[in-house]
Write a protein that binds this ligand. Structure first.
Ligand SMILES: [Cu+2]
Length: 149
């Protein structure tokens, strides 16, 4: 009976999206993790919200076995056009948050080796400078890649 109650409570919390972060490591929690759908040979991008309850940290690397290369990218205005630029790290302020979103920081998946289909959960390994490594599950959404993603 207690076990059944626990499961019901967990399901409620997950549905309400109140308590449970999608992933957690140390003082860092990660939510709203998603990636764009795509076909083999194409590129995709992943986005998420990173919240930090501790000292400043950084995302220093990401890796997905779904792609030939996984890079950290930012989007900047260059010569009047939005262009992606690779970065070596994404800063997460102390007691603050970092949002990876379209038109800003994103994780670039280059050269997909399999189709990414809406509804799939895609594992992506993140490496934080201080907090260490954690694998998150990105939900694939049926959104193509716009210019200046
Ligand atoms: Cu990019």
């Amino acid at each position: 009976m207690i076990r059944r109650l626990t499961i019901a409570t967990a399901a409620f919390c997950a549905a309400a999206g109140v308590y449970a972060a999608d992933a957690k490591i140390g003082n860092i929690s990660i939510d709203d993790i998603w990636a764009r759908s795509g076909q083999p040979g194409q590129v995709s991008a992943a986005y998420m919200e990173v919240k930090n309850k501790g000292a400043a940290d950084k995302i220093v690397a990401a890796n997905c076995d779904c792609a030939k290369a996984t890079e950290l990218h930012d989007v900047k205005m260059l010569d009047g056009a939005m262009k992606m630029v690779p970065v070596t790290a994404m800063d997460i302020p102390a007691n603050g948050e970092l949002k990876l979103k379209p038109g800003a920081y994103h994780i670039m998946l280059i050269g997909l080796n399999r189709p990414l289909v809406a509804g799939d959960m895609l594992p992506i390994k993140l490496k934080f400078e201080k907090a260490g490594e954690v694998t998150v599950q990105a939900k694939v959404k049926d959104k193509g890649l716009p210019a200046g993603h």
